[in-house]
Design a protein around this ligand. Structure first.
Ligand code: ASP
Length: 311
């Protein structure tokens, strides 16, 4: 196996201060299947920056963490650089099936799976949270989408040439293709509230109907105002069976680990199942953390004082 695909001990990077508004975003964890061209790199940096700026503006205007994470994720869904909405990874049948989840630290959550006609799945997840008594809906009907005032698009909108090529390459030579791509955001607002949001097309060549960790509360996405907000990326099956995002919260709440130690301990469990990936974590008090055990991760953060992106 190429050494880029080796699972290794997780790394953690801390950013921001102990209090005050902060937003972190990720554009997926994985190995670099190829070196990015200068154009691809520039485009990914620019998209991450737009995303952070969108969320940061909400926070600097005194808005809520949950509004900041949805605004940030929308920018990444619209960017073709990432595996979410436009530019999503394709199923074995060449279609895009989108999953998204949002949770705020008060305990409210909404999620969608199998979406193929809503331009921004994250806002569909938000609508489930706000306008239904449910948490998780499979492909909301056109009537609901209209009632929620969301934009419908032709399924072809999500399918990019790059992803068609990627699927063809994968099918001719299946490999542990751990591409970057799933997107997520976590934020803390001026009131100390936290929220998390994640959006994805899943994994390349997945069976139609497969659902990963991203839309599952506690696996790929979790938030609790008493502890942390978490958004994960990586091999979804390992994050589901480790209930990864909730594990980070539990290690902090019940075992008094700090947020970096909790993230590393969780990723080490994911690694023990052969899973690579990463997560972004923002605590209600304390520094925010980016942790990953994969070869690379796309991320960025914004505070009142600075904006940074890493590709
Ligand atoms: N975790 C996502 C999934 O399994 C994929 C990813 O993060 O790249 O659907």
């Amino acid at each position: 196996l190429d050494e880029r695909f080796h699972v290794r001990h997780a790394l953690a990077v801390s950013v921001g201060g102990d209090t005050g508004p902060v937003i972190l975003v990720h554009g997926g964890a994985g190995a670099r299947a190829h070196e990015l061209t200068a154009t691809e790199e520039g485009s990914a940096h620019a998209a991450l920056r737009r995303s952070i700026e969108a969320g940061r503006q909400v926070l600097l205007d005194g808005g809520r963490a949950v509004d900041a994470v949805c605004a940030a994720v929308q920018e990444l869904e619209d960017a073709p650089d990432f595996n979410a909405a436009h530019g999503a990874a394709l199923t074995a049948e060449g279609t895009a099936e989108l999953d998204a989840c949002v949770m705020d630290g008060s305990g409210r959550a909404g999620a969608v799976t199998g979406v193929d006609d809503i331009k921004n799945p994250i806002w569909a997840a938000r609508a489930v949270m706000e306008h239904t008594p449910h948490v998780l809906l499979t492909s909301p009907s056109p009537e609901l989408i209209a009632e929620w005032g969301l934009q419908r698009v032709d399924p072809a909108y999500f399918v990019t040439e790059r992803r068609v090529r990627e699927l063809a390459e994968y099918r001719s030579a299946p490999a542990p293709l751990l591409q970057h791509g799933t997107v997520g955001a976590v934020a803390r607002d001026a009131e100390g509230r936290v929220a998390a949001a994640t959006s994805t097309g899943g994994v390349v060549n997945q069976l139609v109907g497969r659902v990963g960790d991203s839309p599952l509360v506690g696996s790929g996405t979790f938030a609790d105002d008493a502890t942390v907000a978490v958004s994960c990326t990586g091999m979804g099956e390992a994050f589901i069976t480790e209930v990864a995002a909730f594990r980070v919260h539990s290690l902090i709440e019940l075992a008094s680990l700090d947020q970096a130690a909790a993230a590393i301990a969780t990723l080490d469990r994911v690694a023990a199942r052969g899973g690579t990936g990463g997560m972004i974590v923002v605590p209600h008090t304390g520094r925010a953390v980016i942790a990953y055990n994969s070869g690379a991760m796309f991320f960025g953060h914004g505070t009142a004082a600075e904006v940074n992106t890493h590709v």
